[in-house]
Design a binder for this molecule. Structure first.
Ligand code: TGC
Ligand code: FAD
Length: 390
């Protein structure tokens, strides 16, 4: 590369838009991913195992609840959180999922809606990775419409009695605490359900072909007695869980950029080495167009996420803007992963190369946290003022 050459993974020099602290976060997490994450992810994916030993490392770097001020959390800004997600997902969507759930779906609602006692009890332990959380919103009969949840709780003296089930829950079987959303006579409330409470069970979902290095499970509640002190006092409507989703979806817009970068990087290397019909395939027009298209999509995604991050840090973020980026960036990353897989030919189906693993993971990422259709309809509603969900 000449001295003035552009970075193929950062054609618009997003790096130069980052503050010193943001750059430090990106580079520190990037090194951790290169040294400790990438070397173990292929095997973890093949064995369908979450690399649990990385939890302490991730916690040690301050990556759990990184946006929270106090409670032993790092208090970083939103762009830094995005960069954390990007670098982790360059390794594997499974590890980024773990951090998204712990930070955005469990620590965020406890911080935003919890009592002082709940915050003191859970946030420092979760920041240190000593307590793990999961988030139960989706139910077996249809995740896109959480307003139709069946899981419910009723008051019984000073306690609540919780019944129902949740499906497709990240971290389900390793969680010490599940933030569970349930219908009550007083609105939709968040319950901190603790491991070991009688009537509470978590069961792993096996044989996934996607996110194999992440734990996914189902939660069952059979007359679980939850004390009032475990109810989040600050919210009693669907806005509670949906506001958590905005946090996590924001991080995902960054995360998938990392997966896409890993795929472009591998496709570039392969295309330069693979000689067919007397020349490297990178010298052909069609391969160059495909690589250029990957770079175009990554660049657009980077600009969207950086702008979102700046809006978020300025307190001006609108959830519809997050929907647009979640849709755009997941679609871009999945298309890039599929195309990179094809550029590698037969080798593209081997786990020795990263695109097929990212491609399979991204099939989940484009589905969870709101499917592509859900996000398209959120944008459609904003444009037309008409709710087309019903
Ligand atoms: P709707 O009437 O539109 O809204 C109800 C109330 O919530 C407010 N709201 C939001 N607030 C913050 N952020 C958002 N994104 C919000 N969306 C809506 C809204 O203003 C309203 O407030 P208020 O005060 O008026 O009551 O609700 P709806 O039932 O019509 O829903 C609309 C829809 C379809 C967009 C929503 O249900 C939806 O987003 N569905 C998709 C569900 C989903 O994404 N589930 C994800 C589960 S968690 C997960 O997948 C984790 S994977 C993690 C990993 O491993 O990384
Ligand atoms: P459905 O809602 O049944 O959707 C089926 C299809 O219908 C989709 O294509 C959808 O786009 C389409 N559709 C929906 N509405 C409309 C409409 N109005 N018009 C046209 N088409 C429509 N959930 C949690 O609560 N916590 C977690 O930690 C969690 N982790 C997950 C981890 C993994 C690996 C996966 C795969 C999922 C996870 N989920 C989690 C669940 C995830 O959020 C749901 O899968 C997702 O919201 C979609 O719900 P569903 O699977 O029930 O699909």
């Amino acid at each position: 590369m000449s001295a003035n050459a552009l970075d193929p993974l950062d054609l618009y020099d997003i790096r130069s838009e980052l503050s010193e602290e943001e750059l430090m976060v990106r580079d520190t997490v990037g090194r951790f991913v290169d040294d400790q994450v990438i070397p173990v992810m292929r095997e973890a994916f093949e064995k369908h195992e979450f690399p649990a030993h990385l939890v302490a490392e991730v916690a040690g770097l301050g990556l759990l609840g990184s946006s929270i001020e106090g409670y032993d959390c790092a208090g970083m800004n939103s762009v830094s959180y995005g960069l954390i997600c990007q670098e982790l997902e360059r390794g594997d969507s499974g590890l980024r999922s773990f951090v998204s759930v712990q930070s955005s779906l469990v620590m965020f609602p406890i911080h935003a809606y919890g009592s002082d006692e709940q915050k003191d009890r859970w946030l420092p332990a979760m920041a240190r990775g000593e307590a793990i959380g999961c988030f139960g919103l989706t139910e077996p009969h249809g995740g896109s419409d959480p307003g139709n949840m069946k899981t419910h709780a009723r008051r019984d003296g000073g306690d609540w009695i919780l019944n129902g089930s949740k499906m497709w829950i990240t971290n389900a079987t390793i969680a010490d605490a599940a933030v569970v959303w349930a219908r009550t006579d007083e609105g939709i409330k968040g319950f901190i359900v603790e491991k070991g409470m009688p009537g509470f069970e978590a069961q792993e979902i096996e044989n996934k072909f996607s996110l194999r290095a992440s734990i996914t499970g189902a939660l069952f509640f059979d007359n679980v007695r939850v004390p009032q002190e475990n109810v989040l006092p600050g919210v009693s409507s669907l806005k509670g869980p949906l506001s958590c989703l905005t946090q996590a979806r924001y991080g995902i817009t960054w995360g998938v950029i990392g997966a896409a970068q890993a795929c472009l990087s591998e496709a570039l290397d392969y295309a330069q080495d693979r000689v067919l019909f007397g020349k490297p395939i990178s010298h052909t027009q069609t391969i160059q167009v495909r690589l250029a298209d990957m770079a175009r999509r990554i660049t657009s995604a980077q600009l969207l996420s950086l702008r979102l991050g700046r809006l978020k840090d300025a307190g001006k973020l609108n959830p519809t803007q997050v929907s647009l980026a979640k849709w755009n960036n997941c679609r871009a990353a999945l298309d890039i992963a599929r195309d990179a897989r094809d550029i590698l030919g037969g080798a593209g189906i081997s786990a020795e190369y990263v695109p097929v693993r990212h491609m399979l993971n991204l099939e989940s990422v484009i589905t969870y946290e709101g499917t592509e259709t859900v996000h398209q309809l959120v944008v459609g509603k904003e444009l037309t003022g008409v709710n087309a969900f019903g």
